[in-house]
Write a protein that binds this ligand. Structure first.
Ligand SMILES: [Zn+2]
Ligand SMILES: [Zn+2]
Length: 62
């Protein structure tokens, strides 16, 4: 399995997901919250969670 580098903390991890609000590829500890949607997941990183704008976008997304 390929090892990936988290673009937020620089950590090495086997699994990264993409933050839907800054498009960075982030590791699990950097994911602040995730939502299951009909077709896939929506992720927000801890960085974007600190932004009121992005956080409210996340909360209003279905
Ligand atoms: Zn990280
Ligand atoms: Zn983000």
């Amino acid at each position: 399995m390929a090892i990936e580098t988290c673009e937020r903390c620089g950590g090495q991890t086997a699994k990264v997901v993409k933050c839907d609000y800054c498009s960075r590829r982030i590791c699990n500890p950097c994911v602040k919250s995730s939502k299951r949607k009909k077709i896939d997941h929506r992720y927000i990183c801890k960085g974007c969670w600190g932004s009121i704008t992005k956080r409210s976008m996340y909360k209003s997304a279905n």
